[in-house]
Design a protein around this ligand. Structure first.
Ligand code: ATP
Length: 500
């Protein structure tokens, strides 16, 4: 019973956030006039600003704070052999199962994981661990019949039909394919990239040579990725089209664990620096390593639906570059002329790789969940609930709203003058409709850190009141001080300095 109540509460919170995101122009369902497309979303006028801020901050952190990291923007389409080399054609699969009564499709491993989570909630921790371990072994051995038997034995029911009338378990490749070429006979199958990483690997030597990069160095990239997810749920957490922010960091073999630890710590600090409390973040080591990895950890955030991955840090060894060397028959070696302990150059080798891979959309959802606040406030006699987005000001879509107290007496002209003098520095809103209270409320709902009210005193002494979103306190200050005041709060600098 306790679990059920908790689930309902968590769902309500997520539902509130989803409707808030839609109502205030953050996220819309894709092609909504046609009833939407499952697991695809569009970012609205506020959403695009928030997402761009997240991406730009990540980009600056990677490329400006690290002298040895440069950027790249590779194409979404890649030569099909790329995906043969990376292992995606052969093994980028999820095990799926259908319920014959509801005709609903599920990921077999997720059904078992949910059962394990339920056992854990009931305090049956050992049983839960044993179940996960058994599933891990069966998946490792690709024993799909065994996975089905486990689902039946555990009496896992379809949440829709409530029955255990399951089909067999089958592997389902998550890559989207399409045809390139205008004439059917000449066309060939290509894929929409399921990760941005491979665009970096195939350009490794281009960047290293043209940029005269010395190992250790990294290549950062932000771009779209596509996965035909079997079960798409939880809003923008799991989408079929999403955006990744990835760093591939090339290191000398044998030094990879040191760099793995360094990036693992650096990335968690980044999340904290954008305002996520440390207690809502945790590491989760992978029990089962991917075929290419010798260490892997997820950074998880406590979403309303539980701790879930927002970023993965993987030690990918030399797997990808070696595979590309084999399939392309082009050398992927690097010559390291630094001297080893014996005083000889380290010489030729294929570098090892540490990857940090974050989903821009998941970070967006994390920022939104973390920012969404409801608080009881008293105004005169009345108590009401104030909803506001407590976003880090550097991430807020709009930095300040300029609000003339009335539409007359020259106040709009003065307010416009202030707006025009600051618009080159900050994304701002000018608004003169409705009462000042209603205008404050609208800015709270989109997370604007400052509301600047222009009143009659402004005309006399060139001062304005600045209202703080979080404390609702107002301070009076000269117009001439506004730029520095806003900049101190909203600039990326304060975050970057913490991370340097
Ligand atoms: P999951 O286990 O949740 O499917 P994953 O381990 O497959 O994720 P990775 O392949 O490590 O994910 O991808 C790196 C990052 O890309 C993830 O941490 C996540 O932030 C993001 N990501 C992956 N799949 C999706 C998706 N379908 N929708 C949105 N973001 C995604």
């Amino acid at each position: 019973m306790a679990t059920k109540e908790k689930t309902t509460e968590e769902n309500t919170q997520l539902k509130d956030i989803i409707s808030h995101a839609k109502e205030y122009g953050f996220v819309f369902p894709s092609s909504e006039i046609y009833d939407g497309l499952q697991a695809v979303y569009d970012y609205g006028q506020m959403g695009v600003e928030l997402k761009n801020n997240i991406k730009q901050l990540w980009w600056k952190c990677m490329t400006q704070l690290n002298e040895n990291v440069v950027g790249l923007d590779a194409a979404i389409f890649m030569h099909p052999l790329t995906w043969k080399a990376s292992g995606h054609i052969d093994s980028f699969n999820d095990p799926m199962i259908d319920n014959k009564d509801s005709k609903k499709r599920y990921r077999a491993d997720v059904l078992i994981e949910e059962k394990a989570a339920a056992l854990e909630n009931e305090g049956r921790v050992e049983e839960s661990g044993a179940l996960l371990a058994e599933m891990g072994k069966l998946l490792e051995a690709e024993d799909l019949e065994g996975v089905r038997e486990l689902i039946v034995r555990e009496n896992i029911k379809c949440p829709i039909s409530g029955t255990t009338n399951w089909t067999e378990v089958r592997q389902f490749n998550l890559m989207f394919s399409t045809q390139v070429g205008s004439v059917a006979e000449d066309s060939s199958t290509i894929y929409l990239r399921p990760e941005t990483a491979q665009g970096i690997f195939v350009n490794f030597l281009n960047v290293q040579k043209t940029g005269r990069m010395k190992v250790p160095f990294g290549i950062a990239q932000i771009g779209k990725a596509f996965r035909n997810e079997i079960v798409a749920r939880q809003f923008i957490f799991r989408m079929r089209e999403f955006e990744q922010m990835e760093l591939q960091f090339f290191v000398r073999p044998g030094t990879e664990m040191e760099w793995y630890e360094k990036w693992k710590a650096a990335r968690k600090l980044w999340h904290q620096a954008i305002g996520i409390p440390a207690e809502n973040l945790r590491y989760h080591d992978h029990e089962k390593l991917a075929h290419y990895a010798n260490a892997a950890v997820d950074i998880e955030y406590k979403f309303p639906f539980g701790f879930k991955e927002v970023e993965g840090i993987h030690s990918r060894t030399d797997f990808d570059l070696t595979q590309h060397q084999e399939l392309s028959r082009k050398k992927m070696q690097y010559f390291d002329n630094d001297l080893n302990e014996a005083g000889k150059p380290y010489g030729n080798y294929i570098p090892y790789v540490i990857e940090t891979s974050a989903g821009a959309d998941r970070l967006f959802l994390m920022a939104l969940c973390n920012a969404y606040q409801e608080e009881e406030i008293t105004e005169g006699e009345a108590t009401k609930t104030r909803t506001f987005l407590k976003l880090h000001p550097a991430l807020s879509p709009v930095k300040a709203a300029i609000l003339p107290l009335t539409k007359k007496d020259g106040l709009p002209e003065k307010a416009t003058e202030i707006f025009n003098s600051l618009k080159y520095d900050f994304n701002m809103i000018y608004e003169e409709r409705d009462s000042i209270g209603k205008r404050y409320t609208r800015q709270d709902l989109i997370g604007t850190p400052f509301c600047i009210a222009v009143d009659h005193q402004t005309l006399e002494d060139n001062t304005v009141t600045v209202r703080n979103r979080d404390s609702r306190e107002q301070v009076r200050m000269p117009i001439a001080e506004l730029r520095t005041y806003i900049d101190n709060a909203v600039s990326f600098r304060s975050i970057l300095e913490k991370l340097a």
